[in-house]
Design a binder for this molecule. Structure first.
Ligand code: ADP
Ligand code: MG
Length: 427
């Protein structure tokens, strides 16, 4: 399983996948009797893997299979099959914490690098809904709570230290996927990396300016240092709005193949960055001037609510579930120093907020000038309009990175977003 050529692996197609899942008792039961009545289609729209929907008389499942290379680029870019193992291990840990935010999990096959899970329907990828201008009133609550619980309960604030250290060791083998992040998120945008691309010529000036911008380069490398050295909690590792599926009142998180033990702010920052990218793209989706103004305000309110709900739930967990080695109750509450625990909590959240802002900035920038872009911007057909939206998003990313330690709270982020979105004269 560790490399592409180890014994037994074969990529499935819509025919072979049916026979394979029909032979798995837990899955066959879900689908209904026999493989004859099954139908399968491949729906993977992601960058990396095969995703099949297999349907039977009684129900449907999703079969996600890793390929030994990056799907977006082709077999010239090998990528280990072991990412399916890390995805499965992350999914099972998250499911033990908040099962209702994930697809139900049915089966893992290390040899074939595949995961079988619930087919989420009528769920739609959140990013597509944000492009369409739809609102989700439970989204911030679901995501804020999911983030607080998964991050707190996999950290040294909660998890038993032997288990945490074993888990840190296990996920530290997800080297190839971490390397993608290390290069694409923190490094490539700041030099003439071969895979960089951006909207030309509209964004030329802003994109090239990054490479000469010493403050932003140092800030991005400082965030990379945090990313590689802070084994704070088990991260999803790729928590953008394409990794969240929604209905009117449900929210599910998919695709944690980038999972590893890293800084909590990376997951929170990833999600906020993608809400902000959605925000800065809205003008590009307007039929008439100002048509999406109110929707943009909803997106900013969601940014604020995700952080606020995250922080509230995190505070609650700090007060009631602090069973790990960090900030032990024996040092604070048991010594009659409840106030000390509260001060430490406030300081912890301040540091986490700065990390979150910095990671959000790095995540925004890389989606504008790096290899992998976001549909929020890519779907703006008029390139002049798109470049204008992107220039503002790029300016926002830069501010978040460079000033991450000077933002007082989340309303400073949303105020900044509003101020930048009013600037019409960016390069
Ligand atoms: P990748 O890692 O290749 O990006 P994803 O896990 O993001 O793959 O899946 C790709 C796409 O497949 C998703 O965008 C979504 O449309 C669909 N998909 C994945 N998992 C499910 C699921 N459990 N239910 C329904 N659709 C899914
Ligand atoms: Mg993926």
């Amino acid at each position: 399983m560790e490399d592409a050529h180890s014994g037994g692996y074969r990529p499935f197609d819509v025919e072979t996948v049916k026979a394979h899942v029909a032979g798995l008792p837990a899955v066959a039961e879900r689908l209904g009797e026999g493989s004859a009545g099954l139908s399968a289609r491949e729906v993977g729209d992601g960058n990396l893997n095969l995703v099949f929907i297999v349907e039977g008389p009684a129900g449907a499942v999703v079969v996600k299979q890793a390929l030994p290379y990056v799907r977006l680029v082709g077999d010239s870019w090998p990528l280990p099959l072991s990412r399916a193992f890390f995805e499965w291990n992350a999914l099972t840990r998250q499911a033990a914490i908040r099962p209702e935010r994930l697809p139900q999990l049915f089966h893992f096959d290390a040899t074939n690098a595949l995961v079988v899970m619930e087919y989420l329907t009528p769920h739609v990828i959140l990013r597509k809904e944000l492009i369409a201008g739809k609102r989700f009133e439970s989204l911030a609550g679901h995501m804020g709570t999911f983030l607080a619980e998964t991050l707190f309960r996999t950290s040294d604030l909660s998890l038993e230290t032997a288990r945490k250290k074993a888990d840190v060791a296990l996920f530290s083998n997800n080297v190839a996927l971490c390397a993608i992040t290390e290069n694409l998120v923190f490094t490539d945008a700041y030099f003439d990396a071969p895979l960089n691309r951006w909207t030309r010529p509209g964004l030329d000036k802003a994109a090239l300016a990054l490479r000469a911008d010493r403050a932003v380069k140092i800030a991005a490398q400082e965030m990379l240092q945090v990313f590689t050295t802070k084994t704070e909690a088990l991260l999803h590792g790729d928590l953008h709005t394409g990794s969240v599926m929604v209905t009117g009142d449900d929210t599910r998180v998919i695709d944690p193949e980038f999972a590893f033990y890293g800084p909590m702010g990376f997951d929170i920052g990833a999600f906020l960055a993608n809400l902000l990218l959605a925000y800065f793209s809205q003008e590009g989706h307007e039929g008439a001037d100002g048509e999406r103004d109110e929707y943009g305000e909803w997106l900013l309110a969601t940014v604020e609510a995700v952080w606020a709900i995250f922080a509230d739930r995190f505070r609650e967990l700090w007060r009631t579930e602090r069973t790990g080695i960090l900030f032990a109750r024996s040092v604070f509450e048991d010594e009659g120093d409840g106030l000390g625990a509260e001060i430490a909590l406030a300081r912890f959240l301040d540091g986490l907020f700065a990390d979150t802002a910095g990671f959000a900035g790095a995540k925004m920038i890389r989606r504008l000038v790096g290899l992998a872009h976001v549909e929020d911007m890519e779907s703006i057909a008029d390139e002049t309009r798109r470049a204008a939206c992107e220039a503002r998003a790029l300016a926002m990313g830069r501010e978040l990175l460079v000033n991450r330690g000077r933002l007082s709270d989340v309303s400073a982020i949303t105020s900044l977003a509003r101020a930048i979105s009013r600037q019409k004269d960016l390069p």
